[in-house]
Ligand binder design. Structure first.
Ligand code: HEM
Ligand SMILES: [Cu+2]
Length: 646
């Protein structure tokens, strides 16, 4: 490989990106050195196993990825604003929709939710950390390194361009030569390890680490939604792992699993991909449902309506999510019977989802509703998500899908569910739990501006796309003719896209503004909450979360204690030393070796891949012989931290 192939060249935008990456790096290195922050960075963040800090790191990474994916989106919308535009060429456009889709789903939506789950779930169940804190750090670092590997494709070697679905034979060596597609395979593979480990970790955490008295049917709804999500992850992710590995063999070692020659089956990839991919969309929507349940109940000042119905609906959705995958390729030609079966299972998912919508509405019915920003996002979710859901049922009709398939109708549909569902939830959850993470609320007035600009922009952007789709505009095209008549609606759509971009910037400004000026919370209960995460005395829980593990007597235990005026004050004599896990640098180092291995595979440099893999095994072996049982926090230290007077 020549150097001018190694670095992506030729496009002024990419040179601009090169320069800004180098400048940012130099800036960060300068800052860390000047203010002597290296040790702080290593001790407090890079080696941490604390679920709250890992959660914050997930969220920060996800917000950065939202920015990157958002820039991709606006580049596409700029190109599509007018017919026959020359802003992006076709190859470049293909690369951008591929990185946009992949980044948004794998490196933005999932980590954002997993970040919030990390911060909140252990607190909600009254635990001091997750079941396997060390593994949790491995999860984060493999996700992060996978994301970085995927992202550098932009400047080194070239981006993938076969869509986030990577259908074969398009993604084969013949039609997608070069390292781009390998970045997709390796980046997702490495990040996928982290996700699978998160699934196992939180399943065990929720099943085994709950505070005494918290039976399964006393768990907060967000914890329930996380539990169900983890079960889906555990069953779905191995499918992705295998599918990615097989495609990697096809591309690097010349096997024929999905190729057109040598008895390969290209549609086998599509089937495996969606056998993971459809459950994946529930992985990113169920935690969102959980968050809205918490927020709607808190700000209606009522217990969640239909608690058990909510849980059974989620379990049904989780089961169904594995039985609908063919709806992504009704046009494959599998025949009327197969299509009918998948058409019916798909529509059936609408039933438990509808149950949940009505439960949220009944929760609000006769409640004392407070229109805080998290609540606004939740109300916006209900309205807009229903539009996405209804158009989903339209797509589920196999015969009609021959018309909608691969048009902008679909693009609009999945943005209505992914943005109005997942992204609204990420924003709502971030704002709701912000005081738990940072000790102060985001400014509500600016927050409301963000909500309205974003929600209006979102509808201006995506509603016209339903009509473009019905009119036949295909997805994944980089331009269209003047005669098609699609120009005006596309212009409207682009304007909406930029409104969302502006709203995002205002949100970031709000973080800065609130960091400077917001009133600091003095108690742990910023919103008059119902669940245990609000019961810590300090705004931000100390590293061990609870000085004394709470005992739970029912659903909304903390709320009912407050109502009865029976919130217990901690006294010094009931404290015992607390056992905590030690920090470890091994997960970070292991993930760095994964990066080396992945980078070697991307360029088919096997020596480098082997060096990286040896490093990975080395860290595994090192860890196996490391006898570290953690440490104890003394009662003195707890008293000091909790500011208890003796
Ligand atoms: C500012 C907000 C956004 C805008 C303006 C936007 C715009 C677009 C555009 C123009 C496309 C390409 C359509 C095509 O040519 O076929 C696209 C595709 C896609 N978007 Fe977005 N998007 C946004 C946010 C999101 C979010 C938040 C997600 C996921 C959570 C997402 C997921 C996807 C996916 C999966 C695709 C399909 C990519 C592919 O065809 O391989 N988008 N989006
Ligand atoms: Cu699906």
């Amino acid at each position: 490989m020549k150097w001018d192939e190694f670095f992506v060249t030729g496009d002024p935008m990419i040179y601009g990106a090169d320069v800004s990456i180098v400048l940012t790096m130099v800036g960060i290195l300068f800052y860390l050195t000047k203010y002597k922050k290296w040790k702080w960075l290593w001790d407090e963040w890079l080696t941490t196993v604390d679920h709250k800090k890992l959660g914050i790191m997930y969220i920060v990474s996800a917000v950065l990825m939202l920015f990157r994916g958002g820039v991709d989106a606006l580049l596409m919308r700029t190109q599509l604003a007018v017919p026959e535009a020359k802003f992006l060429d076709s190859q470049h456009y293909n690369e951008i929709f591929t990185t946009h889709g992949t980044i948004m789903i794998i490196f933005m939506a999932m980590p954002f939710l997993i970040g919030l789950i990390n911060v909140v779930v252990p607190l909600q169940i009254g635990a001091r950390d997750v079941a396997y804190p060390y593994l949790n750090a491995v999860s984060f670092w493999t996700f992060f390194i996978g994301a970085m590997l995927f992202n550098i494709s932009f400047v080194i070697g070239g981006s993938p361009s076969a869509g986030w679905t990577s259908y074969m034979p398009l993604a084969s060596n013949e039609l997608s030569p070069g390292p781009g597609q390998n970045y997709y395979l390796l980046g997702l593979q490495i990040a996928g390890i982290g996700t699978l480990l998160t699934g196992i970790n939180f399943l065990v955490t929720i099943l085994k680490m709950r505070a005494p008295g918290m039976t399964l049917f006393r768990m907060p709804m967000f914890t329930w939604s996380s539990l169900v999500t983890m079960v889906i992850i555990i069953f779905a992710f191995p499918i992705l792992t295998v599918a990615l590995a097989l495609m990697t063999f096809d591309r690097l070692f010349g096997s024929h699993f999905f190729t057109l020659q040598g008895a390969g089956m290209d549609m086998l990839w599509a089937n495996l991909f969606w056998l993971w991919g459809h459950p994946e969309v529930y992985i990113v929507i169920l935690p969102a449902f959980g968050m809205f349940s918490e927020i709607i109940s808190t700000f209606s000042r009522k217990t969640l309506f239909g608690y058990k119905a909510m849980i059974w609906s989620m379990l049904l959705i989780a089961g169904y999510s594995f039985l609908v995958w063919v709806h992504h390729f009704f046009t494959m030609g599998s025949g009327a019977l197969v299509n009918s079966v998948f058409s019916i299972t798909t529509m059936a998912i609408g039933i438990p989802t509808g149950v949940k919508i009505f439960n949220w509405l009944f929760t609000m019915y006769r409640g004392k509703i407070q229109f805080t920003t998290p609540m606004l996002w939740s109300l916006g979710f209900i309205v807009n998500f229903v539009i996405g859901g209804v158009t989903g049922v339209m797509l589920a009709m196999a015969a009609a899908d021959y018309q909608y398939h691969n048009t902008y109708f679909l693009v609009s549909h999945f943005h209505y569910v992914l943005i109005a569902g997942t992204v609204f939830a990420c924003f709502a959850g971030l704002i709701y739990w912000y005081p738990k993470m940072f000790g102060y609320k985001l400014n509500e007035r600016i927050g409301k501006w963000v909500f309205w600009i974003f929600t209006i922009g979102f509808n201006v952007c995506f509603f016209p796309q339903y009509f473009l789709g019905l009119d036949g505009m295909p997805r994944r095209v980089y331009t269209y003719s003047e005669e098609s008549g699609w120009g005006p609606l596309n212009m409207v759509s682009t304007i909406g896209g930029f409104m969302m971009g502006i709203a995002f910037l205002v949100l970031v400004y709000n973080m800065y503004y609130s960091f400077r000026f917001a009133k600091r919370e003095l108690t742990g209960d910023a919103w008059d909450g119902r669940t245990l995460e609000w019961s810590t005395p300090s705004a931000m829980p100390p590293f061990y979360n609870f000085a004394k593990i709470p005992e739970v007597t029912g659903l909304d235990h903390f709320w009912r204690q407050k109502q009865a005026g029976k919130v217990e004050k901690l006294t010094a004599n009931e404290l015992k030393p607390i056992h905590m896990p030690s920090n470890s640098g091994v997960p970070f180092i292991m993930a760095s070796f994964f990066f080396v291995a992945g980078f070697g595979m991307v360029f088919d440099w096997m020596w480098m891949a082997i060096v990286g893999l040896i490093g990975v095994f080395g860290t595994l072996i090192y860890r196996s012989f490391e006898y570290d049982d953690g440490y104890y926090v003394s009662v003195e230290e707890i008293i000091e931290t909790e500011k208890i007077s003796k």
